[in-house]
Design a protein around this ligand. Structure first.
Ligand code: UDP
Length: 243
């Protein structure tokens, strides 16, 4: 899939169905694929952090996550069929895992959260094999043991919920040592499944207002979310230069 660029960050215009089919093929072929769901915040972070930009640019699949990324892609003249949100793709992959017998590992979030997310998935997707969990609070010293735990579990899909950019940086730094085929950062998805964080109602998602819901629920994100208006201005003013 050819990438188009948003502020220099390559993005692939997959539909949800296409990306699930692509990842299914990669797992069957035991080929490793690093998936980044690039929202406006991630694209803006890439503008300020060269090492993060490099990591995202080298990911095999970068998806337009969030209304901002879809708007920017279209505004810059690209065909962007739909928004592929990280949380939605994660659930689609759970469904795929339950159908095909693929094994998944849940890494990240506060102690106990990944375990609840595992239980929720096991109820929702009967037969799904979540072969290991590990919380996301660790020291560098613990990393070899974490990698060992993930590899020993035989997981083909590794979901890392460490927040952006930490999750992408961690996966990129260790991908050579990891055996899983799908490596994907999923932010607060375990928190949502475990009922610790609410997702915006469907109508707000459809009205491109997920950011407003997030701001209302977590006002502490205000500073971080200033990236969104900056993103819009940057795309309007300098979008073409980066293409
Ligand atoms: N987290 C973690 N380890 C850390 C920092 C954060 O496991 O060192 C987890 C945190 O508990 C939360 C998730 O990462 O579950 C971050 O969620 P957020 O919604 O902030 O994700 P983002 O929007 O940054 O992708």
């Amino acid at each position: 899939m050819k990438a188009f660029k948003i502020l220099g960050v390559p993005v692939h215009a997959y539909t949800m169905q296409e990306v699930v089919a692509e990842l299914d093929k990669k797992i069957a072929a035991q080929e490793q694929t690093f998936v980044v769901t690039a929202n406006a915040e991630i694209i803006m972070a890439c503008q300020e952090d060269d090492s993060y930009n490099d990591i995202v640019s080298k990911a095999e699949i970068v998806l337009p996550d969030g209304a901002g990324a879809v708007w920017a892609g279209r505004h810059l003249g690209n065909k962007v069929p739909e928004r592929v949100a990280g949380f939605d793709l994660y659930l689609e992959l759970m469904e795929l895992a339950s159908k095909k017998g693929y094994k998944a590992f849940f890494f990240g979030s506060a102690p106990g959260v990944a375990e609840i997310a595992k239980e929720v998935c096991e109820k929702r997707y009967p037969g799904v094999q979540i072969v290991g969990t590990r919380n996301g609070y660790f020291k560098e010293l613990d990393e070899p043991e974490i990698i060992q735990q993930i590899n020993d579990s035989g997981a083909q899909m590794l979901f890392a919920a460490l927040g952006a950019p930490k999750q992408e940086k961690w996966l990129a730094a260790h991908r050579d040592k990891l055996n899983a085929s799908v490596l994907m950062g999923i932010g607060g998805s375990f928190d949502v499944l475990a009922g610790r964080m609410e997702r915006a109602p469907k109508w707000m998602q459809d009205a491109s207002l997920e950011w407003l819901f997030r701001l209302y629920k977590q006002p502490s994100r205000f500073i971080r979310m200033l990236a969104l208006p900056k993103f819009v201005i940057e795309v309007y003013l300098h979008g073409d230069k980066h293409c």
